[in-house]
Design a protein around this ligand. Sequence first.
Ligand code: SF4
Length: 77
Amino acid sequence: MFTTTELSWQETALCAQAGPEFFFPAPGSSTREAKQLCGACEGRVACLEYALTNDERFGVWGGLSEQERLRLRRGSR
Ligand code: SF4
């Protein structure tokens, strides 16, 4: 269970206004536009921490793709 504070970044999430296909593109599709939106999002750091903590495997979170988050996790071990 998450507290309100832990999920407060979702209230300012810019992706809430974009379609899910934007952040969960088909395999091989570009994630560039989603990452640009993340770059302007106030909750980017909290979003990325959430994705890493909860082992979110799919889509763009906090400006990083699945592969980039995987590399980050491997690099932090
Ligand atoms: S950082 Fe990106 S994925 Fe995370 S809430 Fe903001 S826009 Fe959405």
